[in-house]
Design a protein. Structure first.
Length: 446
């Protein structure tokens, strides 16, 4: 980045230095939640539900046994003891999924499996451990396949303890009743919510989809990993880091390899990508150097007959990440964020601006990373430029409530970034922070 306020081109003229907060507010005001679609349960994971889901049938749908044991009439086992067990006639089996149920009359019982329907006449289940296991019909575990007629178990069983009515029975509707609100619109669908939807028989739901985010990097010096580096070349790390970050934020991310510093090529590439993009993120080419083609390319991309489109290139009162572009492109006014090229600058910019925008597209209420305060653990003061909000990389120690800077302020320090899990925020009006000072921290780890 060669840019600075003094070296800004004339077109910036009375150039405004945007605050981080104003730039973010501008982005969030322009980005709206995507229209809902119907998605299969597992495709809806992490998405925001847009409909209230009502329970169609009670859960459980029928009274059923919570134990392997014997379904009984309570009066038949009242007063049963080890010494004087109740002796009951076994009239059949009930396995989970059994369609045909034996009737349990006075002095009778049916062997029952966990989850099986409580047969008519029975009021409770005696766990098999409270019995002698029964005399006929084979082992309690070798039940017949679901749906078969009752039978199997026969003979007698001795029951050594009484049971209350409803004992070891999971009653119909004890989880949720038909007509109850299962999940409210606005709920983020995590694994337990997806489990509940399946349990009540819903195979698909209306949610806001994951946004499709196209990530492309620019720079003629960039080479893809696994290829040989020539003189003056470096590997394209931004497109990988940001694609991964977009995914992490909840997006379906498409990585487009690096585009050379040629405005026509870049413009054509972006136009090609618009078909699959709910948002476009570029890196590099937004400073004031001769090869900073993103500005040149984006001034006219696909918005010839649109009003209101276009990308605004700004300078922000922050470090790293001073030059930023934001706007919309193409007929659909697809939001585009043009981030600076330095790896740390682009990553920090992504965290601050792109991640919240992705989460806004998803319809999430809380678009921000968690913020907290920690004590600066450093052996010397950290310095920060006046008038700019600085974001330093740090390692957060939750137990100690402290944060240690990782690496320096250099925006090329990718190794340090890889060992950080937080950003240390040094406010605009602060030029130095002493060790031991309370600082604001943004957690960016998982
Ligand atoms: P630029 O903003 O395009 O001038 O890039 C600023 C610095 O970041 C230069 O040193 C670039 O080589 C470097 N850079 C730009 N894009 C990438 C990328 N995709 N991966 C790694 N480094 C990059
Ligand atoms: Mg470049």
């Amino acid at each position: 980045m060669s840019s600075s306020a003094e070296s800004a081109p004339a077109s910036y003229g009375h150039e405004r230095l945007w605050s981080v907060d104003d730039h973010l507010a501008d982005i969030l005001a322009a980005v709206h939640p995507l229209d809902p679609i119907e998605l299969q349960l597992l495709d809806a994971q992490g998405c925001v539900l847009v409909e209230d889901i009502t329970v169609p049938v009670a859960l459980p749908p029928f009274d059923n046994s919570s134990m392997d044991g014997y379904a009984v009439r309570t009066v038949d086992v009242a007063g049963a003891t080890e010494e004087f067990p109740a002796v009951l006639t076994v009239v059949g089996d009930v396995a989970a999924g059994s369609g045909v149920l034996p009737e349990v009359g006075p002095g009778e019982t049916a062997r029952i499996m966990t989850g099986a329907v409580l047969p008519p006449g029975a009021e409770a289940v005696v766990p098999v451990e409270w019995t002698d296991g029964g005399t006929g019909g084979g082992a309690a575990t070798s039940m017949r396949p679901a749906g078969e007629a009752p039978g199997g178990a026969s003979g007698e069983v001795r029951v050594y303890r009484p049971v209350e009515a409803g004992g070891y029975v999971r009653s119909r509707g004890s989880d949720v009743q038909a007509g109850d609100l299962a999940l409210e619109a606005g709920t983020v669908l995590g694994p337990p919510q997806i489990g509940l939807l399946a349990a009540i028989g819903r195979g698909s739901v209306r949610v806001r989809p994951r946004p499709r985010v196209v990530v492309l990097s620019t720079g003629s010096e960039l080479v893809q990993p696994d290829e040989l580096l020539g003189d003056g070349q470096i590997y394209d790390s931004n497109s990988f880091a940001l694609t991964a970050a977009a995914r992490d934020a909840g997006a379906i991310a498409y990585r487009v390899g690096a585009v050379t510093d040629d405005a026509d090529t870049l413009r054509a590439t972006i136009e090609d990508q618009l078909i699959r993009a709910d948002m476009v993120v570029t890196t590099g080419g937004v400073s004031v150097g001769a090869y900073d083609v993103v500005k040149e390319a984006l001034s006219s991309v696909g918005d010839e007959d649109e009003d209101g489109g276009g990308v605004d290139f700004r300078k922000l009162a922050m470090q790293p990440g001073k030059p930023q572009g934001f706007g919309s492109i193409g007929r659909e006014h697809t939001p585009l964020l043009a981030l600076p090229g330095n790896p740390v600058s682009s990553y920090v910019s992504f965290e601050l601006f792109v991640r919240p925008a992705i989460r806004r597209l998803m319809g999430l209420e809380d678009v921000h990373r968690p913020k907290l305060h920690a004590t600066l653990a450093a052996d010397k003061p950290i310095s920060s430029p006046a008038g700019r909000r600085q974001f330093l990389r740090g390692a957060y120690d939750a137990e100690a409530g402290s944060i240690t800077p990782v690496g320096g302020a250099g925006s090329h320090l990718v190794a340090a970034l890889a060992h950080a899990d937080a950003l240390i925020v040094v406010p605009e009006d602060s030029v130095s922070v002493e060790p031991g000072t309370d600082v604001e921290v943004v957690l960016i780890g998982r």
